[in-house]
Design a binder for this molecule. Structure first.
Ligand code: NAY
Length: 294
């Protein structure tokens, strides 16, 4: 499980000027991340806009990333989709092209019973021999994962962990305890990385890591050395930067604009996520400089 512990970047998707997947740009960004010291990449999740892409586009993004850094970084393919059929197709593809694990949110849109979500996840799990990581993000899916369903899922060898984007560290601790020692818990809210780690998370998967991986690596390093004061200092710096990132029309748009300033073109986020306007550019530049100054 060591390959899944630590800083895993929730990768933004790369689009060209027409808004289509740009495989070359995705490879360039993935290559850059491989040089930073992070553990892995989470492809096609919330930050990766998997839910806004066709099955074919999601496959293209994953293939580009694995072709470039599949031997160097841990690659987790998010295959969650509104339909089980699409999720299974994506999972089968992920295994075929060499992903190290698959992960999925509950099927979205319909208000589903726990039995339905369980069957959905089970179909994905059964479709490959890859490890599976549950993605718990109730604020967007509306599905409240219960401890009992978590325990039931975690009893299978293939289910190696859960990524928790809910903001309760209490729940995180409870899920960790319920899953047992060999069960991974990955922190979702970047603002609470250190809090999550302190209460049981084995690492984290986050979107804002993509514009400041070095700062999250500092938190992780200081925490690992037992230097809580220093770890906290860096988390607080990160949180001020996240507040600023969240002040733009869309968080993903702001992060993508910052990457563009650094020479990594990923295009605008897809509608309905709002683009960054020309009038936002000065503020984006100032924020980018602030981050680079650390
Ligand atoms: C994913 O799948 O993209 C993630 O794991 C990222 C989790 C992010 N949550 C959402 C809803 O995007 O990184 C966080 C989030 O962007 C960050 O905490 C800022 O609020």
């Amino acid at each position: 499980l060591e390959a899944f512990k630590g800083i895993i970047i929730a990768l933004y998707s790369s689009y060209d000027a027409e808004g289509n997947i740009d495989k070359e740009a995705a490879r360039k960004l993935a290559r850059h991340y491989a040089s930073t010291g992070v553990k892995g990449l989470y492809v096609g999740g919330s930050s990766g806009e998997g839910m806004l892409q066709s099955v074919e586009e999601r496959k293209q993004m994953l293939e580009a990333v694995i072709a470039e850094v599949g031997d160097e970084l841990t690659i987790i393919a998010h295959v969650g989709a509104p339909s089980t059929r699409d999720s299974v197709e994506l999972a089968v593809h992920a295994e075929l092209v060499g992903a190290h694990a698959v992960s999925a949110v509950p099927a979205i849109y319909y208000r589903l019973s726990p039995d339905s979500v369980e069957s959905h996840w089970q179909a994905i799990i059964d479709s490959t021999s890859l490890p599976f990581i549950i993605y718990h993000i109730p604020q967007t899916t509306g599905f409240q994962l219960s401890k009992s369903l978590l325990v039931k899922m975690a009893a299978q060898d293939k289910v190696i962990g859960v990524k928790i984007s809910a903001e309760s560290t209490f729940e995180l601790q409870q899920f960790k305890a319920a899953g047992g020692n060999d069960f991974l818990v990955l922190n979702g809210p970047d603002e609470q990385y250190l809090a999550g780690r302190s209460i049981g998370a084995d690492g984290g998967i986050g979107g804002t890591y993509g514009v400041m991986p070095e700062l999250f690596l500092k938190v992780e390093q200081c925490y690992g050395q037992g230097d809580m004061a220093e770890a906290q200092k860096w988390q607080f710096i990160i949180n001020d930067l996240i507040v600023e990132l969240l002040s733009f029309p869309s968080l993903y748009g702001a992060c993508k604009a910052i990457l563009s300033l650094r020479g990594f073109e990923t295009g605008q986020p897809r509608m309905p996520l709002l683009p960054i306007e020309a009038s936002d550019q000065d503020r984006v530049k100032a924020l980018n400089n602030r981050i680079l100054d650390y």
